[in-house]
Design a protein around this ligand. Sequence first.
Ligand code: SAM
Length: 280
Amino acid sequence: MHDASAWSQDTGQDDPGAAPEVDLTKPSIARVYDFVLGGKQHFEADRRAANGFINALPEAPQIAKDNRNFLRRGVRYLVAEAGIRQIVDIGSGLPTEGNVHEIAHAIDPSVRVVYVDIDPVVLAHGRALLGDNDTTAVITADLRDPESIFGDPAARRLIDPTQPFAILTAGILHHLSDDEDPYGVADALKQRLPVGGHLLVTNFLDDDEPRAQRLERGFIDGGLGTGRFRTWAEQRRFFGGLEMVEPGLVYANDWRPDELTPTGSPVHTLYAGGIGHRAV
Ligand SMILES: C[S@@+](CC[C@H](N)C(=O)[O-])C[C@H]1O[C@@H](n2cnc3c(N)ncnc32)[C@H](O)[C@@H]1O
């Protein structure tokens, strides 16, 4: 039995010794996200960057909560309904409440999960998990370089690429600028999926133009330096070549809502999500 608290442990305070290779003077997306979710793994630079976009739109932190809620429902669908038993969670972020392996293992403890993040702070905080759960691994790798993910020994050990698996990209593709070819990055990931493989995507949405544009500036100029709000047409490109799982690409809280899904979210129109699968 795995120890969920190892992944979701609270290391507690501003502890610069936790990950010596990390530059604490610059904001990290993972730590800023942890701050807006109410976690404790953040430093002054992260809080300043978060306030840069919270000043632009005070209700912005609800986007993170809506996203986590989508992720919970999406993983439950993948495991309970689509029969997925292997998951690669790219841009997994810091441990928080309701981690992907906890959601999956509540349905089937044999599901294998590889957490991937570019930020070594995620590995530092996830490392405790490695010793006591042989179905779960945490690796440091880059979304833009799929081989750094799928060629990693831990990923090769846990993921059989010939069998259906799911790639999760929740709240990460919007951190790629247009110059970084986000659609080409998504295509390279989709090429790894066998028939029956699934891709989960959630992103900032530009369907509510004044607020989306104000918040985008708050992210990009407010200190974090990244956070692109893309239109529905742009979002659809991430799923090109895949069949959409019902109800398709929608406002995140409209995707198979359940009794825990936030209702009346003030940022309902600023976030989109969907799941596609490779049918042929
Ligand atoms: C907003 S968090 C999302 C966390 C989690 N997926 C969720 O939806 O709750 C985005 C994460 O993506 C990571 N990230 C950003 N760029 C990345 C890249 N090029 N490769 C891998 N991870 C990246 C960040 O370090 C951060 O932890």
